[in-house]
Write a protein that binds this ligand. Sequence first.
Ligand code: SF4
Length: 539
Amino acid sequence: MIVQESMTIEQKLTILSDAAKYDVACTSSGVARDGKDGSIGNTAASGICHAFSADGRCISLLKVLFTNECIYDCKYCINRVSNDVPRTTFTPEEVCSLTMEFYRRNYIEGLFLSSGIIKTPNYTMELIGRTLKMLRTEYHFNGYIHCKAIPGADTELIETIGWYADRMSVNLELPTADGLKLLAPHKNRKNILNPIRQIQAGIEESRENFGMMGGNKGAYWHTRRKVEQKSITQKREEDALLHIGHKDQIRQVIESKSDKGVGFSNRILTGWEEEKDSKILTPNHRIYHGNQEISSTIESPSVIAKPQGLTMWNQFGGNRGFVPAGQSTQMIIGATGETDYEIVNVTEALYQKFDLKRVFFSAFIRVNEDSTLPVLPGGPPLLREHRLYQADWLLRYYGFEATELLTKERPNFNVFFDPKCNWAIGHLEQFPVEVNTADYYTLLRVPGIGPKSAGRIVKARQMSKLRFEDLKKIGVVLKRALYFITCSGQMMYPTKIEENYITNQMLQLDEKLPSHITNGGITYQQLSLFDDSLMLSNS
Ligand code: SF4
């Protein structure tokens, strides 16, 4: 191991910001907090994530590791103990000072702090907790902080950090327990799920006591529906009205159907016994290889330690809430052999059982020579990652369920089509859809029609019947939608509603892919925070 004594803070930052580039943190801040006297910074609910590095990753956070030393030997990780790389560790004071300096210069909107494991999980979490406490109480930093929790650390330490951070995440690392065993032998699924469960319980408790502070409100469409105690039909009606801006009608729908809720309570999302008994929140997430079931998804709550609730109310309660921007997790895609079907089901189970704000997918990058790692001649599976993000979007905002998107017979997304096109081509019996009469959610399932255009269609057709020219102005992507819709009973062109025909036609369409997928010169270099040489020397 290369040990470097007495590094400057700048040298440490070079190593530790580069080492953090594989952690995904691209997300909006998800919490709104105004500045206040005596503090510096505020957060806007969608305030993070408007700047991206060449490889598409977010750089508006100071994204660093506290240390790149690590006692573990995860095969996929550049910082694993068996690698011979320069190692260094910040002090809490150094992280605070960097955060404040960058924030004052408007380089960043917040801090994303992850870490390797130095000595023990508890030792590392203590250092991180000290850092966050110092930042909030001595430097009075009121901006956004996203902090990774280290599995295996004591619950008190996790809770402390949750009171200072805005968002927390515990990385699931790999979609299945088998994958974790293979590539991260020092970690186990139970140790990862325990802090996730603890944070979830804390968020729920905080949400109940602070109102909107400290909550996710459910990121997954079906979870939100259950939290709000609504049937599918009721939720769809309300969402449709919301998108066309009919607030009075929404109120009427709520009032007329308030006694017809589906009987869930908020507690069911976190309540231990309730969840165990719930038939609806613990749906069949079993996944099969052939006829054999693999226990790959999320373990039953009974094997995860019972959360202990928030114990530090007196110290922190009422200030900012517990993890007010919710929690997220990250899975590496393509390092182990899971299908998209398994990954999407795991994602849905995470949303349902842990009420996560986001599940991130990170295309596997081979940074180590190790026989257990796959060789990927075409580079990291970025297009697959992209398809999974698109599917995640369908789960969260379009009311799709995982089992609608893929099946064990069709376990992977077609890389040539986005998942909604893929679904539509596989469900041609549901098309064509008549745009002048179809309800909002039926429109939303048409390729080329998104929430905005579906809302506009529903609104505009109240005035007059829509024509294809109108749809174009409304923002419908007709080159995709034309195979799936009629206007007043007519298709745009005579086309066959037939799988091969539509597939061939759509293959000729260009899809606008993110630049990090199309850019052949991808380097995975994180943008340097040292482009301005004055930065630290002046600080
Ligand atoms: S715990 Fe594993 S993934 Fe995390 S820094 Fe250590 S070796 Fe890397």
